[in-house]
Design a protein around this ligand. Sequence first.
Ligand code: ZN
Length: 84
Amino acid sequence: MSAGTIKKAKALAKDGVVMIDDDLFQVKSSSDQSKSYMVTSDSCDCQGFKNFYKFHHGKGLKANCSHIEAVKIFKEMSEKKSTK
Ligand SMILES: [Zn+2]
């Protein structure tokens, strides 16, 4: 995970994530505000996520992208809020 991805994810977590269900989130694309992706804690329908499996298929690696990372940060932020 590059520093650029984490920076992007943090910005998205602040104002680009909408919670749809317990483990389903809508995350805005950071490059195109009119686009958004459906994201769970371990999957995303963006091109980067799909490409990861295409290139690393069968190697047991877990795909990641700025959207999944944004959801992770979003959850951490809301947990902190609810537990004080
Ligand atoms: Zn993604």
